[in-house]
Design a protein around this ligand. Structure first.
Ligand code: ATP
Ligand code: MG
Length: 414
């Protein structure tokens, strides 16, 4: 076995006949090849495994391990299976040639061989092998490129989604901004106009007005100022909730009497076209909740029920005390809420499309929702346009932590 370095490539010639081996070795060596030789199958396998020649010329009939067996061995080994093998044999039956190809050889040359033909075939197979290698490398590069591109596309899609989200948020914010501006300019301007016009009249004509007229203007100023105060209070209340500065201050409450008193208090301003019905079932003497927040919930639902049933009708308030929860229902027979608006009403400054000239800022229900959430409760709306609306608030009964039941002491809870 010998080895010389060459630019052309290396070839392993395997033949048990020293004359054949010598002739081919000289010829390939003269043609500039690096030559490796072996005289039997075992030596051939060993040489291929350690020297990795570019191509193998393999005799078939050899003692112990023949050429077929040698080829099977080389093709079964992952590190040598891609090295092209050309059989050279005196076996010239088709069945032998087919067997050679089935074992993975790239060619089959019948002996006696012509050196020029062997060289031409070797060159051809090496070119094919080189091209195959280049194709495989290119394939790997292409696959990597595809993977990179897919990653880039995924990143792009992610960025696109973020962008759409940001745009949607921006759009929502802009809509909110314009709703706030239009609501505030409308809701604040009306009472301000009343105040300034009544004040101007009093200033310029008070000596010409009798006392009752003067009082009427003062009353108008008072109502408008109160309305403005309510608006400012609503906005302040919501911002306190938003910034989590609103503390939940629970105490034990007898809910039935609490709501009965509230109904009596609010009933004073109720228009005669309405019929007010308050019913309660069960007992909630030890409800642990925040009276300020419960008041907000009730007054807003109560005032909405009247405000949005301008033609009158029944307003029913039902308090149901169950074992684990309290349910408060406020129902009316008013204008109803269009289905497409129902989902948005609990967000600030949102109003139904059917409100017409009924005044409002769209803050009440967002306040109600926050107060219900501070009680860990839920609020639902059922409404049919032109028929009426029912709001259902359910509040779970909760036990105070570290506080003996029956103690009427205020404490921050949550
Ligand atoms: P305010 O801040 O003065 O309460 P508002 O009544 O417009 O103003 P919300 O109480 O938040 O605001 O109500 C939001 C919207 O929900 C209302 O504008 C109205 O379209 C609709 N709505 C609320 N309650 C009723 C009801 N009982 N019947 C019909 N529509 C209602
Ligand atoms: Mg309201």
């Amino acid at each position: 076995m010998s080895r010389e370095t060459s630019e052309k490539g290396s070839i392993l010639i395997v033949d048990d006949n020293p004359t054949n081996l010598g002739v081919l070795s000289d010829y390939f060596s003269d043609s500039g090849w690096e030559i490796l030789v072996a005289q039997d199958g075992e030596a051939a396998i060993e040489t291929v495994e350690y020297a990795h020649p570019d191509i193998v010329l393999l005799d078939i009939i050899m003692p112990v391990v023949d050429g077929f067996e040698t080829c099977r061995h080389l093709k079964a080994n992952p590190s040598t299976k891609d090295i092209p093998v050309i059989f050279m044999s005196a076996l010239s039956e088709t069945v032998d040639k087919v067997r050679g190809f089935q074992l993975g050889a790239v060619d089959y040359i019948s002996k006696p061989v012509q050196q020029e033909e062997v060289l031409a075939r070797v060159n051809t197979h090496l070119s094919i092998r080189n091209l195959t290698r280049r194709l495989q490398e290119q394939n790997i590069r292409l696959q990597q490129e595809i993977r990179n591109r897919q990653q880039a596309e995924e990143q792009l899609l992610g960025l696109q989604a973020e962008l759409y989200q940001a745009l949607a948020q921006e759009k929502e914010l802009n809509e909110l901004k314009s709703r706030i501006i239009s609501t505030i300019s409308h809701e604040y301007r009306t009472p301000l106009t009343i105040i300034s016009s009544s004040a101007e009249i009093l200033e310029a004509y008070r000596h010409k007005l009798d006392e009752s007229k003067q009082l009427k203007h003062l009353e108008r100023i008072k109502i408008a100022a109160n309305h403005l105060t309510d608006l400012v209070n609503d906005v302040l209340f919501l911002s306190r909730v938003e910034f989590e500065k609103l503390e939940f201050q629970p105490e034990f409450i007898d809910l039935v009497s609490f709501f009965r008193e509230l109904v009596e208090e609010l009933q004073v301003g109720v228009n005669e076209a309405h019929q007010l019905i308050f019913t309660s079932s069960g007992e909630c003497r030890q409800f642990y909740g925040d009276t300020k927040l419960l008041r907000q919930i009730f007054t807003n639902l109560f005032s909405n029920a009247f405000k949005y049933s301008p033609n009158g009708g029944k307003v029913s308030i039902q308090l149901i005390c169950e074992t684990h929860q309290v349910i408060l229902q406020v129902g009316d027979q008013g204008i109803g809420i269009p289905p497409e608006d129902q989902g948005k009403l609990f967000d600030s400054f949102n109003r139904g499309k059917n409100v017409g000239t009924i005044a409002g800022t769209g803050l009440g229900l967002s306040i109600v929702k926050k107060c219900v959430e501070l009680h860990n409760g839920k609020i639902l709306v059922e409404s049919v346009v032109g028929t009426g609306t029912t709001f259902t608030v359910s509040l779970p009964l909760r036990e105070p932590i570290n506080l003996p039941i029956g103690t009427h002491q205020q404490q921050n809870y949550d």
